[in-house]
Design a protein around this ligand. Structure first.
Ligand code: GLV
Ligand code: MG
Length: 352
């Protein structure tokens, strides 16, 4: 049995001490790039400051023949780029692949001091996180790193979903979870062929008014159950949930809807597979000015935070105040790194 004291001790002599809390850093869009693609790689320095996270992808979508070039490309980009306020993440290859060990033993010594989070795909249970936890501690100790590299698991297997709580609690390195709808659909044997998003066949139909009258249908959300489980598991462990990829790049409307559903349910961000999805994620995962106006009114009206008040005919109390504080705090964190957003939130003060 690992005791709570052991949990916060480094897993290798000389490795940095684990964090007792995961910092809430803005992470609305996790923008994926293929470091073996010279055209994409050349754009990375100009993207710094325009997106919360740049992620060098080494796993799926990188051809087997390009795995080594992608790893080397990521090392080069990380060394040559000043990332300023933008976080640098990577998605390593799966733990059952022949590439993952080289990913870890190359990236940590070469660019570990620049890597904020390592995303681990196809996590099945706590044992996968324990493996990564120990090996990262050994590599961090060897490289003399001063802060621990955090880990995010992708929830994309049925076993991973069944074990979601133990995955979130497996290590103090756990930063969060992303939903991987494409792999998860395959693993669950869902009958879809898309990368995330809805499906027109997944619907409910209104009861008939008359025997032959037309009946409305309503498309349902394929991902509601999984996102809700993911959000609860993350909240329980003080870490962060993310929606994953939306593959239909041209369908910006449905992408926005999917991202907004995830935001409303508690996610803090989503993946971006194309620069146009960055703008969608930045907008959707930032509280709206209207919500912040209302939230600030509730905070002001609730005084010491107890009791109940009526605002515009609606009852507000301790619990609605807590919801408002979630939004106000998120707005403050985002405003610190996003000057355009800060201006919009500050304009409210002036208007008030
Ligand atoms: C992402 O990796 C997915 O499988 O959806
Ligand atoms: Mg996947």
């Amino acid at each position: 049995m690992r005791t709570s004291k052991d949990f916060f001790r480094p897993l290798a002599l000389g490795a940095p001490a684990p964090l007792s809390e995961i910092p809430a850093r803005p992470s609305r869009a996790i923008h994926f790039f293929d470091p073996s693609n010279a055209k994409m790689a050349a754009k990375i320095p100009q993207m710094v400051g325009t997106v919360d996270i740049l992620l060098g992808n080494l796993e799926d979508a990188v051809k087997a023949d390009n795995k080594e070039a992608a790893r080397a490309g990521l090392v080069r980009i990380a060394k040559d780029t000043d990332f300023g306020p933008t976080q640098l993440w990577t998605r390593i290859n799966a733990l059952d692949s022949p590439w993952v060990l080289d990913d870890l033993t190359t990236l940590v010594p070469e660019i570990g001091h620049k890597l904020d989070v390592i995303m681990v795909p196809k996590v099945q249970g706590a044992e996968d996180i324990h493996y990564i936890d120990r090996i990262l501690a050994q590599l961090e100790a060897k490289a003399g790193l001063e802060r621990p590299i955090l880990v995010q698991a992708i929830l994309e297997t049925a076993r991973g979903v069944a074990n979601v709580e133990e995955i979130c609690g497996a290590s103090p390195r756990m930063q969060g979870l992303s939903l991987g709808p494409a792999d998860l659909a395959a693993d669950r044997r869902m009958k879809t062929t898309r990368v995330g998003g809805g499906h027109p066949g997944y619907l409910v139909r209104a009861d008939p008014d008359q025997p032959d009258a037309p009946r409305a249908t309503y498309q349902q959300d394929l991902w509601h159950y999984t996102i809700s489980r993911m959000v609860d598991a993350c909240a329980m462990h003080g870490i962060y949930p993310y929606y994953g990829p939306f593959g239909d790049i041209a369908d910006v409307t449905a992408c926005e809807d999917q991202f907004r559903n995830a935001f409303l349910l508690g996610c803090v961000g989503a993946w971006s597979l194309h620069p146009k999805q960055i703008e969608i994620a930045n907008r959707v995962f930032s509280p709206s000015v209207e919500d912040i106006v209302h939230a600030r009114q509730v905070v002001a009206a609730m005084g010491d935070g107890t009791g109940a008040v009526m605002l515009d005919g609606k009852m507000e109390d301790d619990a609605s105040l807590k919801q408002c504080l979630v939004l106000v705090r998120l707005a403050e964190e985002l405003a610190e790194i996003d000057p355009a957003l800060k201006e919009r939130y500050d304009a409210i003060e002036v208007a008030n």
